[in-house]
Design a protein around this ligand. Structure first.
Ligand SMILES: Nc1nc2c([nH]c(=O)n2[C@H]2C[C@H](O)[C@@H](COP(=O)(O)OP(=O)(O)OP(=O)(O)O)O2)c(=O)[nH]1
Length: 144
């Protein structure tokens, strides 16, 4: 699929080398997504590289700088399908500066276990994110 809207998201983990926890964020808007959990990130702007968009969104929304790790491959160059119009590419990331805070678009951040899959899966995620979360949990429990 060729997405009209390109979204980028971060799987912020405590350590890229040995991920044990994942940082998840609860949205405040729009109403259909408010209260649901997601990967922090947002839309890529015209002329912007996806990785640059992700750094920008993480600085704006959480006040952090990150080092990006590998991409969570979806099998599609556009990334993971969110709906008929939008796809999201997701990268692993580790905080290099700042302490994550819900500055914009979120009212709660939470570090969840990557070992106890139920902790992450029990959250009310944006429904389109669930296959991504499952793939991520699978990915981190399978050594490269
Ligand atoms: N950031 C993010 N957006 C997601 C996820 N899952 C999902 O379906 N989406 C959708 C929600 C939105 O329709 C779209 C991303 O839009 P956004 O509102 O986060 O983008 P943005 O920060 O650039 O904000 P704006 O341009 O709408 O003001 O992708 C996810 O895990 N993270």
């Amino acid at each position: 699929m060729t997405a009209l809207i390109n979204v980028v998201g971060a799987a912020v983990v405590d350590s890229l080398e040995a991920p044990g926890r994942l940082l998840v964020a609860r949205r405040t808007a729009p109403p259909r997504f408010a209260g649901m959990w997601e990967f922090p990130g947002g839309k890529v702007e015209r002329g912007e590289a996806p990785e640059a968009a992700l750094h920008r969104e993480l600085a704006e929304e959480l006040g952090i700088e990150v080092k990006l790790g590998r991409e969570l491959e979806s099998g599609d160059t556009d990334g993971w399908t969110l709906n008929e119009q939008a796809s999201m590419r997701v990268w692993f990331a580790e905080v290099t500066a700042g302490k994550p805070a819900p500055l914009e678009d979120h009212d709660e951040l939470r570090w969840v276990s990557l070992a106890d899959h139920e902790e992450a899966l029990a959250l009310p995620w944006i429904p389109a994110d669930l296959p991504i979360v499952r793939a991520l949990l699978q990915r981190v429990s399978t050594p490269a």
